[in-house]
Design a protein around this ligand. Structure first.
Ligand SMILES: Nc1ncnc2c1ncn2[C@@H]1O[C@H](COP(=O)(O)OP(=O)(O)OP(=O)(O)O)[C@@H](O)[C@H]1O
Ligand code: SF4
Ligand SMILES: [Mg+2]
Length: 332
């Protein structure tokens, strides 16, 4: 059924619509199942970059892997360009692989060390059935597009630096002309100076090709630089999502505040003056999440209701596009 959009709302559906997405991994031996992702939902518009941040193990990569369908979700829906894709059978995934691609964290380990670069970049086209000479020609064009020298097409991955290897990973992701790229910590393994070059490249490619990015990272400074909106994850759920300037400028969830208070400020005076919120301990195991608000054992604002009732993700104020899952969000 198609519903008529309300007057004044954007009639175009988002490129990606994720609802109640969940992934439970079976526990090893007799241990409890791991609820790696536990009800994640967001929209991503065409041409937009959404950052996905949170501590190690909160479910960022699992979320990304379900969207590109390297994993089939245990529950929930993913709509790409209006089509449900979360539970498509393997044989129906081939056309989708043209449209949605992934860039990985460790460029060298994600490239086949025994293949030459042109072959690596051409691989997604060969899988789609392109003739070999055509795929190679396209690979050379892509090398140029991402700032590599096409004359190096017959070299092996180990002959390239980390930054160049990530350019190869990006070229491979772009081979089939995708509209959505899920980038899972694309610069975390690189030197800081090289990180900026790769971020610049991704921004230029987005502009030239109209790409949408789901940009996964634990470095909040990188996310601040590249994203339009940001989603903060904690223990398999989104606890705050909204426009970057709003979330960074006035974080409403105690967890977002704590994460941001740990990001170094460039101005030393501001750095000395600001309040740091230290989080106690590590995140709990997703195999045994705490009751109520799962952040309560580490939250400086926790009260009785927090231990009993899980807060829903809801708009911070009526009509505000920012959503927060907290019984006592910070209002600015
Ligand atoms: N295949 C798997 N089998 C069992 N548990 C898994 C599997 N993959 C991930 N997990 C668990 O799911 C949780 C979420 O993992 P995930 O890799 O999505 O986190 P992440 O946010 O990407 O972390 P990081 O920042 O370290 O990359 C973790 O507790 C992890 O141990
Ligand atoms: S619901 Fe309570 S415990 Fe959870 S983040 Fe908000 S104040 Fe903290
Ligand atoms: Mg990860």
């Amino acid at each position: 059924m198609t519903t008529t959009p309300l007057p004044g709302t954007d009639p175009a559906p988002p490129l990606l619509r994720v609802r109640d997405l969940a992934m439970t991994f079976p526990g090893r031996r007799r241990s409890a199942p791991v609820r790696a992702v536990d009800g994640v939902g967001f929209d991503l518009a065409a041409g937009e970059t959404l950052g996905l941040v949170g501590e190690s193990g909160c479910g960022k990569s699992t979320t990304g892997r379900m969207i590109v369908r390297l994993l089939e979700p245990t529950a929930g829906s993913v709509e790409y360009d209006g089509r449900p894709i979360a539970h498509l059978p393997q044989r129906a995934l081939k056309p989708l692989r043209r449209e949605i691609q992934m860039v990985f964290q460790d460029p060298h380990s994600s490239l086949n060390p025994r293949q030459r670069v042109a072959r690596i970049i051409a691989d997604p086209l060969l899988v789609q059935g392109s003739p070999a000479t055509e795929a190679r020609g396209r690979a050379l064009e892509l090398m140029e597009l991402v700032g590599l020298i096409p004359e190096h097409a017959d070299r092996f991955p180990h002959e390239f630096s980390g930054g160049q290897a990530q350019r190869i990973g990006i070229a491979r992701a772009l081979a089939t002309g995708p509209r959505l790229v899920v980038a899972d910590e694309p610069v975390s393994a690189l030197d800081v100076s090289v990180q900026a070059q790769i971020v610049n490249l991704m921004e230029r490619l987005q502009e030239e090709l109209g790409l949408s990015y789901l940009f996964i990272a634990h470095d909040l400074s990188v996310v601040k630089r590249v994203c339009d909106r940001v989603a903060v994850m904690y223990l398999g759920r989104i606890v705050e999502i909204g426009a970057k300037d709003r979330v960074y400028g006035a974080p409403a969830h105690p967890y977002t505040r704590a994460l941001l208070s740990a990001v170094p400020l460039p101005d030393p005076a501001a750095e000395r003056a600001r309040e740091r919120i230290t989080l106690l301990g590590d995140p709990p195991s997703p195999a045994a999440p705490p009751p109520g608000c799962t952040f309560h054992p580490r939250c400086p604002k926790a009260r009785a209701i927090c231990r009993a009732e899980a807060p829903a993700l809801r708009p911070l104020a009526p009509g505000e596009p920012r959503e927060v899952a907290c019984h006592f969000p910070e209002q600015d």
